[in-house]
Design a protein around this ligand. Structure first.
Ligand code: GLN
Length: 539
């Protein structure tokens, strides 16, 4: 029998439900269980592809090219759950699927309604993941907060799943907040109300994860248990941590969360091995040297806009025993600086991440120029590579009007262009090169050595490509092509010759990085930044 854990949230948003669900997945995985993760987003968008990073944080891309919620990135970092289009469910998808079926006449003249048709479709999508033969536990995270109008059909589907499969097979884990009021006192009332809201829709939570600014003492947990009908030991203190988010599974394990869940689901409690996670926390806490990375992008105001890149940089820090400090620089503001010297004075490495649209490009070009001319390790991801090409063409090839046709459609030297077959396509959300594909790394350049292999597979999410017309000129002047698609048609990876570490990639390596196994490019980039720091006597 497949087991299900439904993770919901109460009181307010942004309590870290994704990390909580992932941490539970991590712990169950460490006991040998095959865990599958599902994220439900109650918004009407069919996927996250057209959503601004300002609105909803990073768009996480899966191997099969689904543009999903950033929580799938948490799942990828904390668990071994395979992730594809099927693991991300939105209201938009469910309605689209039901309406499609209705148009095909498959409802045989019946009135199509939220209950049972929408809820049935939600259940089918959830059960489909559990039907994989190699699955033991499916963790379903329902986005939003209990009480939101838009999450009602999903909560109703969850209630029905509990009813159909029984409490031994489905567990409700509810994440709530224990706020601190002036005077430092913790308050349980919002949690009591949140559990009441769950009861109103017919779900009695089995486990409470209580977010709080400090450890919640047993006395208070006993009170919460009494008022919410949850067993005392199942009221878990999910207090703020001072180290890294990767300590969260360990904090849950200290309170036996995994054993409680397994016992309730009548699953065997196998031996757990969390030593790799403990090692990360120890490395992070013990790291004496710090490495400062300037992160030059356009969505730097929102913390989650580049979530996977941030995390991959931290992973690189764990692998090198250093503490990575990110200095988020709004590229638009950099444009207005007379000299970037002040900004980059105390910097060990520069990263320019992905992005869309012309705003702030000049600031990114400035950052790339500074890194290239001053021998500072530079990592360009997707747009960050395209920016390197524009900068090199303008400043080294002296093509002053070099640009990407994304920003300047009629420029004299279009060094980054749309592929022929993509021109005229106006359907945003469906025209990009998306998902996993192969790259051949060229012998003799850094990336080939960093990966230790010539054939690599990475994920993509972009429309524009480095123009093949400029390849020769770029290479002759010292900007080398270090990776191509297997047919040699598209540039995937470039490197500045004669520079300690100047690499740009058209793909998104950040999606494959894990805390326990940093992505080789991020590991190597932080290593180069660490060496730069040591050479400057900083850190
Ligand atoms: N805007 C660029 C393109 O579409 C880069 C995309 C990205 O960085 N993800 O090609």
């Amino acid at each position: 029998m497949k087991k299900y854990v439904i993770v919901t949230g109460g009181v307010c948003s942004s309590l870290g439900k994704g990390v909580a669900a992932s941490s539970l997945g991590c712990l169950l995985g460490s006991r040998g269980l095959r865990v599958r993760m599902i994220k439900i987003d109650p918004y009407i968008n069919v996927d996250a592809g057209t959503m601004s990073p300002y609105q909803h944080g990073e768009v996480y891309v899966t191997d099969d090219g689904a543009e999903t919620d950033l929580d799938l990135g948490n799942y990828a970092r904390f668990t071994l759950s395979p992730l594809s289009r099927a693991n991300s469910i939105t209201t938009g998808q469910v309605y689209q699927e039901v309406i499609q079926k209705e148009r095909e006449g498959q409802y045989l003249g019946r009135t199509v309604q939220v209950i049972p048709h929408i809820t049935d479709r939600i259940k089918q999508r959830i059960y489909a993941i559990g039907d994989d033969t190699d699955t033991d536990v499916v963790i379903v995270e329902i986005g939003g907060t209990v009480g939101d109008i838009e999450s009602i059909p999903f909560l109703e589907a969850a209630r029905q799943i509990i009813h159909e499969l029984g409490k031994k097979n489905v567990l409700s884990v509810h994440l709530t907040l224990i706020p601190e009021v002036s005077g430092g006192e913790l308050k349980t009332k919002p949690t009591q109300h949140s559990v009441k809201a769950m009861l109103e829709i017919g779900i009695q939570p089995d486990v409470l994860l209580c977010r709080a600014p400090q450890f919640i003492e047993p006395e208070m947990r006993r009170k919460i248990a009494l008022f919410t009908n949850v067993e005392f030991e199942s009221v878990i203190s999910a207090h703020d941590i001072k180290t890294t988010i990767y300590e969260i599974p360990l904090i849950y394990q200290q309170q036996k969360l995994d054993e409680i869940v397994l016992r309730k689901l009548e699953l065997p409690v196998g031996a757990s091995d969390m030593s790799a996670w403990q090692k990360i926390v120890d490395t992070h806490s013990g790291a004496k040297q710090r490495v400062r990375i300037a992160f030059v992008g356009k969505y730097t105001d929102l913390a989650d806009s580049y979530k996977s890149v941030d995390e991959a940089l931290y992973h690189g820090g764990f692998a090198n025993g250093v503490r990575v400090e990110l200095l988020k620089i709004d590229s638009e503001k950099l444009e207005k600086q007379a000299s970037p010297e002040a900004v980059f004075a105390d910097i060990d490495g520069i990263l320019v991440p992905g992005g869309f649209g012309s705003r702030g490009i000049l600031g990114m070009v400035t950052a790339a120029k500074w890194a290239r001319e001053h021998g500072i390790p530079y990592f360009g991801i997707c747009l960050g590579l395209q920016v390197m090409v524009i900068e090199f063409a303008r400043n080294v090839l002296k093509l002053e009007d070099a640009d990407s046709t994304e920003f300047s459609p009629a420029c004299g030297n279009p060094v980054v262009i749309l592929l022929e077959e993509q021109i005229d396509v106006k359907n945003y959300g469906g025209t990009m090169r998306l998902g996993r594909s192969e790259t051949h790394l060229v012998d003799g350049f850094l990336p080939r050595g960093i990966y230790g292999t010539a054939e690599i597979f990475e994920r993509h999410r972009h429309r524009y490509e480095v123009s093949n017309k400029y390849r020769e000129r770029l290479e002759t002047a010292g900007f080398k092509i270090a990776g191509l698609t297997p047919d040699g048609e598209l540039v995937e990876c470039m490197q500045w010759a004669g520079h300690p570490w100047g690499i740009g990639v058209q793909f998104h390596p950040e999606f494959l990085s894990k805390p326990v196994q940093a992505h080789p490019l991020f590991q190597s980039f932080i290593e180069a930044a660490k060496e730069n720091a040591a050479a400057r006597g900083a850190g």
